[in-house]
Design a protein around this ligand. Structure first.
Ligand code: PGA
Length: 246
Protein backbone atom coordinates (compact mmCIF):
# COMPACT_ATOMS: atom_id res chain seq x y z
CA UNK A 1 0.00 0.00 0.00
CA UNK A 2 1.89 2.99 -1.31
CA UNK A 3 1.40 6.73 -0.91
CA UNK A 4 2.93 9.04 -3.51
CA UNK A 5 2.99 12.57 -2.13
CA UNK A 6 4.23 14.18 -5.37
CA UNK A 7 5.27 17.81 -4.76
CA UNK A 8 3.42 18.11 -1.46
CA UNK A 9 4.61 18.36 2.15
CA UNK A 10 7.55 20.25 3.60
CA UNK A 11 9.76 18.53 6.20
CA UNK A 12 7.63 20.09 8.94
CA UNK A 13 4.37 18.87 7.34
CA UNK A 14 5.97 15.46 6.88
CA UNK A 15 6.74 15.20 10.59
CA UNK A 16 3.17 16.26 11.41
CA UNK A 17 1.72 13.55 9.13
CA UNK A 18 3.71 10.77 10.78
CA UNK A 19 2.92 12.12 14.23
CA UNK A 20 -0.55 10.69 13.74
CA UNK A 21 0.00 8.11 10.99
CA UNK A 22 2.65 6.09 12.88
CA UNK A 23 0.16 5.45 15.62
CA UNK A 24 -2.70 4.58 13.24
CA UNK A 25 -0.51 2.10 11.34
CA UNK A 26 1.03 0.52 14.42
CA UNK A 27 -0.81 -2.79 14.30
CA UNK A 28 -0.98 -3.28 10.55
CA UNK A 29 1.72 -5.77 9.67
CA UNK A 30 0.13 -7.87 6.93
CA UNK A 31 1.27 -5.61 4.09
CA UNK A 32 4.08 -3.30 3.08
CA UNK A 33 3.28 0.35 3.75
CA UNK A 34 5.47 2.73 1.77
CA UNK A 35 5.39 6.52 1.60
CA UNK A 36 7.09 8.49 -1.17
CA UNK A 37 7.71 12.03 0.10
CA UNK A 38 9.40 14.74 -1.95
CA UNK A 39 13.22 14.36 -1.83
CA UNK A 40 13.61 17.38 0.47
CA UNK A 41 11.39 15.74 3.12
CA UNK A 42 12.77 12.22 2.79
CA UNK A 43 15.32 12.31 5.60
CA UNK A 44 12.67 13.69 7.95
CA UNK A 45 10.32 10.86 6.93
CA UNK A 46 13.04 8.26 7.49
CA UNK A 47 13.92 9.71 10.90
CA UNK A 48 10.38 9.88 12.25
CA UNK A 49 9.42 6.38 11.01
CA UNK A 50 12.64 4.80 12.27
CA UNK A 51 10.98 2.75 15.00
CA UNK A 52 8.01 1.66 12.82
CA UNK A 53 7.55 -0.81 9.95
CA UNK A 54 6.60 2.03 7.58
CA UNK A 55 9.00 2.22 4.63
CA UNK A 56 10.12 5.29 2.72
CA UNK A 57 10.94 5.74 -0.96
CA UNK A 58 12.11 8.32 -3.48
CA UNK A 59 9.81 9.53 -6.28
CA UNK A 60 12.42 9.32 -9.04
CA UNK A 61 16.14 8.66 -9.39
CA UNK A 62 18.91 9.43 -11.83
CA UNK A 63 20.81 6.38 -13.09
CA UNK A 64 24.44 6.25 -11.99
CA UNK A 65 26.17 6.76 -8.67
CA UNK A 66 27.07 10.42 -8.83
CA UNK A 67 28.17 12.99 -11.39
CA UNK A 68 27.61 16.41 -12.93
CA UNK A 69 23.80 16.20 -13.16
CA UNK A 70 22.40 19.37 -11.64
CA UNK A 71 19.17 18.88 -9.78
CA UNK A 72 19.24 15.08 -9.83
CA UNK A 73 19.43 12.46 -7.04
CA UNK A 74 21.01 9.03 -7.43
CA UNK A 75 19.79 5.70 -6.14
CA UNK A 76 22.81 5.49 -3.90
CA UNK A 77 21.95 8.85 -2.35
CA UNK A 78 18.39 7.74 -1.66
CA UNK A 79 19.63 4.48 -0.18
CA UNK A 80 22.16 6.18 2.06
CA UNK A 81 19.45 8.59 3.23
CA UNK A 82 17.43 5.58 4.41
CA UNK A 83 15.03 5.03 1.50
CA UNK A 84 14.33 1.44 0.50
CA UNK A 85 11.94 1.99 -2.44
CA UNK A 86 11.73 4.27 -5.47
CA UNK A 87 9.06 5.11 -8.04
CA UNK A 88 10.10 4.75 -11.67
CA UNK A 89 8.27 5.87 -14.80
CA UNK A 90 5.36 7.67 -13.14
CA UNK A 91 3.15 9.17 -15.83
CA UNK A 92 3.80 12.69 -14.58
CA UNK A 93 7.47 12.09 -15.32
CA UNK A 94 6.73 10.38 -18.64
CA UNK A 95 4.27 12.98 -19.91
CA UNK A 96 4.53 16.19 -17.87
CA UNK A 97 7.86 17.01 -16.24
CA UNK A 98 10.58 15.00 -17.94
CA UNK A 99 9.29 13.16 -21.07
CA UNK A 100 10.89 9.94 -19.88
CA UNK A 101 11.04 7.17 -22.45
CA UNK A 102 10.65 3.42 -21.93
CA UNK A 103 14.42 3.04 -22.38
CA UNK A 104 15.04 5.54 -19.57
CA UNK A 105 12.52 3.74 -17.40
CA UNK A 106 14.49 0.53 -17.91
CA UNK A 107 17.80 2.25 -17.04
CA UNK A 108 16.32 3.75 -13.89
CA UNK A 109 14.85 0.41 -12.86
CA UNK A 110 18.25 -1.23 -13.23
CA UNK A 111 19.91 1.61 -11.31
CA UNK A 112 17.38 1.26 -8.48
CA UNK A 113 18.21 -2.44 -8.15
CA UNK A 114 21.95 -1.77 -8.29
CA UNK A 115 21.64 0.48 -5.25
CA UNK A 116 19.36 -1.82 -3.28
CA UNK A 117 16.07 0.01 -3.81
CA UNK A 118 12.83 -1.76 -4.70
CA UNK A 119 11.44 0.02 -7.77
CA UNK A 120 7.72 0.40 -8.41
CA UNK A 121 7.64 0.65 -12.18
CA UNK A 122 4.56 2.51 -13.43
CA UNK A 123 2.79 2.14 -16.75
CA UNK A 124 -0.56 3.16 -18.16
CA UNK A 125 -2.41 4.63 -21.12
CA UNK A 126 -3.46 8.24 -21.67
CA UNK A 127 -7.09 9.31 -21.95
CA UNK A 128 -7.07 9.45 -25.74
CA UNK A 129 -5.51 6.00 -25.96
CA UNK A 130 -8.13 4.72 -23.52
CA UNK A 131 -10.95 6.25 -25.61
CA UNK A 132 -9.57 4.80 -28.84
CA UNK A 133 -9.28 1.29 -27.43
CA UNK A 134 -5.48 1.45 -27.48
CA UNK A 135 -4.85 0.69 -23.80
CA UNK A 136 -3.64 -2.87 -24.35
CA UNK A 137 -1.30 -1.80 -27.11
CA UNK A 138 0.24 0.92 -24.93
CA UNK A 139 0.77 -1.43 -21.99
CA UNK A 140 2.36 -4.07 -24.20
CA UNK A 141 4.68 -1.46 -25.71
CA UNK A 142 5.65 0.02 -22.34
CA UNK A 143 6.31 -3.45 -20.94
CA UNK A 144 8.39 -4.49 -23.97
CA UNK A 145 10.43 -1.27 -24.05
CA UNK A 146 10.88 -1.18 -20.28
CA UNK A 147 10.95 -4.02 -17.77
CA UNK A 148 11.17 -6.76 -20.44
CA UNK A 149 14.84 -5.73 -20.66
CA UNK A 150 15.52 -6.92 -17.10
CA UNK A 151 17.03 -10.29 -16.24
CA UNK A 152 14.80 -12.86 -14.51
CA UNK A 153 16.64 -12.20 -11.29
CA UNK A 154 16.04 -8.44 -11.59
CA UNK A 155 12.38 -8.91 -12.51
CA UNK A 156 11.82 -10.94 -9.33
CA UNK A 157 12.82 -7.88 -7.29
CA UNK A 158 10.50 -5.26 -8.74
CA UNK A 159 6.89 -4.19 -8.23
CA UNK A 160 4.71 -2.99 -11.11
CA UNK A 161 1.94 -0.41 -11.08
CA UNK A 162 -0.88 0.03 -13.58
CA UNK A 163 -1.75 3.71 -13.53
CA UNK A 164 -4.12 4.81 -16.30
CA UNK A 165 -3.28 8.47 -16.90
CA UNK A 166 -6.97 9.41 -17.29
CA UNK A 167 -7.59 8.25 -13.71
CA UNK A 168 -4.70 10.08 -12.02
CA UNK A 169 -5.80 13.09 -10.01
CA UNK A 170 -9.09 13.25 -11.92
CA UNK A 171 -11.46 11.48 -9.53
CA UNK A 172 -12.23 9.08 -12.39
CA UNK A 173 -11.13 5.80 -10.84
CA UNK A 174 -10.90 2.78 -13.15
CA UNK A 175 -13.64 0.26 -12.44
CA UNK A 176 -12.38 -2.88 -10.73
CA UNK A 177 -13.07 -4.69 -14.00
CA UNK A 178 -10.94 -2.32 -16.12
CA UNK A 179 -8.13 -2.52 -13.57
CA UNK A 180 -8.32 -6.31 -13.36
CA UNK A 181 -8.20 -6.69 -17.14
CA UNK A 182 -5.14 -4.45 -17.38
CA UNK A 183 -3.42 -6.32 -14.56
CA UNK A 184 -4.16 -9.62 -16.28
CA UNK A 185 -2.68 -8.31 -19.50
CA UNK A 186 0.49 -7.12 -17.74
CA UNK A 187 0.77 -10.48 -16.00
CA UNK A 188 0.38 -12.25 -19.35
CA UNK A 189 3.22 -10.15 -20.80
CA UNK A 190 5.31 -11.01 -17.76
CA UNK A 191 4.58 -14.70 -18.29
CA UNK A 192 5.64 -14.58 -21.94
CA UNK A 193 8.95 -12.99 -21.04
CA UNK A 194 9.79 -14.38 -17.60
CA UNK A 195 7.67 -17.53 -17.19
CA UNK A 196 4.60 -18.46 -15.20
CA UNK A 197 6.16 -18.51 -11.75
CA UNK A 198 7.65 -15.03 -12.09
CA UNK A 199 4.38 -13.68 -13.52
CA UNK A 200 2.35 -15.07 -10.63
CA UNK A 201 4.81 -13.76 -8.05
CA UNK A 202 5.17 -10.16 -9.25
CA UNK A 203 3.07 -7.66 -7.32
CA UNK A 204 0.99 -5.32 -9.47
CA UNK A 205 -0.49 -2.21 -7.88
CA UNK A 206 -3.33 -0.09 -9.23
CA UNK A 207 -3.08 3.71 -9.09
CA UNK A 208 -5.44 6.53 -10.13
CA UNK A 209 -7.99 8.24 -7.85
CA UNK A 210 -7.95 5.51 -5.21
CA UNK A 211 -10.01 6.71 -2.23
CA UNK A 212 -11.26 5.12 1.00
CA UNK A 213 -14.66 4.55 -0.60
CA UNK A 214 -13.48 2.76 -3.76
CA UNK A 215 -10.44 0.81 -2.55
CA UNK A 216 -12.29 -2.28 -1.38
CA UNK A 217 -13.86 -3.06 -4.74
CA UNK A 218 -10.42 -2.79 -6.35
CA UNK A 219 -8.68 -4.91 -3.71
CA UNK A 220 -11.17 -7.72 -4.29
CA UNK A 221 -9.74 -8.32 -7.76
CA UNK A 222 -7.40 -11.30 -7.77
CA UNK A 223 -4.68 -9.76 -9.94
CA UNK A 224 -4.56 -6.53 -7.96
CA UNK A 225 -2.02 -6.76 -5.15
CA UNK A 226 -2.13 -3.27 -3.73
CA UNK A 227 -2.61 0.38 -4.58
CA UNK A 228 -0.50 3.44 -5.33
CA UNK A 229 -2.29 6.47 -3.93
CA UNK A 230 -1.69 10.15 -4.62
CA UNK A 231 -4.14 12.71 -3.24
CA UNK A 232 -5.76 10.43 -0.66
CA UNK A 233 -2.38 9.57 0.89
CA UNK A 234 -1.78 13.12 2.08
CA UNK A 235 -4.15 12.83 5.00
CA UNK A 236 -3.36 10.23 7.70
CA UNK A 237 -7.02 9.35 8.34
CA UNK A 238 -7.81 8.84 4.69
CA UNK A 239 -4.63 6.88 3.93
CA UNK A 240 -5.05 4.56 6.91
CA UNK A 241 -8.57 3.67 5.71
CA UNK A 242 -7.05 2.69 2.37
CA UNK A 243 -4.26 0.69 4.01
CA UNK A 244 -6.86 -1.21 6.06
CA UNK A 245 -8.37 -2.55 2.83
CA UNK A 246 -5.28 -4.76 2.49
P1 PGA B 1 -4.13 10.07 -7.41
O1 PGA B 1 -2.60 9.81 -7.91
O2 PGA B 1 -4.41 9.02 -6.38
O3 PGA B 1 -4.11 11.45 -6.83
O4 PGA B 1 -5.00 9.92 -8.62
C1 PGA B 1 -2.12 8.52 -8.11
C2 PGA B 1 -0.68 8.54 -8.59
O5 PGA B 1 -0.32 9.44 -9.33
O6 PGA B 1 0.12 7.67 -8.21
Amino acid sequence: MAGNWKMYKTPRETAAFFDSFNHLAENITNCDIVIFPPAISLTTAVAVTHATHIQIGGQNLYPGKDGAFTGETSGEMFRSAGATWVLVGHSERRHVVAHETDAEVLKKTQAALTYGLTPIVCMGEKQEEHKNGKADEVLIKQFAGGVAGLTEEQFSQIVLAYEPVWAIGTGLVATPEIAENAHKLIRAEAEKRFGQEAAQAVRILYGGSVKPDNVEGLMHESDLDGVLVGGASLDPDSFIKIVMAA
